[in-house]
Write a protein of this length. Structure first.
Length: 112
């Protein structure tokens, strides 16, 4: 799984991408138009989620959800940023995975 590393990449996704609201995360995505080997992902957890331990756990959970669905993404020229919400830490991994999976499928980003 490739990750977004530069701040300008995150800004570009926020500014020109589309937004999907989930119960446990907000998903921003953007098609780049440049064919790449695989989609690139970014993970964000603000201080609203909690202290550094909680923020890192939230990002780890989101990374695992994406890793689980990584081979199902329809587009290779995709940048995706997942922003954790505070409710994420109170949910089970199965709940988080099911919610994000349903929202990504509804947006047409992954195969069912």
């Amino acid at each position: 799984m490739r990750t977004l590393r530069r701040p300008w990449q995150f800004r570009e996704v926020y500014r020109t991408g589309r937004k999907i609201d989930c119960k446990y995360a907000i998903v921003f995505y953007r098609r780049t138009g440049v064919p790449e080997s695989e989609p690139q992902f970014g993970f964000v957890a603000s201080k609203r989620v909690g202290n550094s331990v909680k923020r890192n756990r939230a990002k780890r959970l989101l990374r695992e959800v994406v890793r689980k669905h990584a081979n199902r993404f329809q587009y290779e020229d995709l940048w995706v940023v997942l922003v954790a919400r505070a409710d994420l830490l109170n949910a089970t991994f199965q709940d988080i995975s099911a919610e994000v999976d349903a929202r990504l499928a509804a947006a047409g980003l992954i195969d069912i």
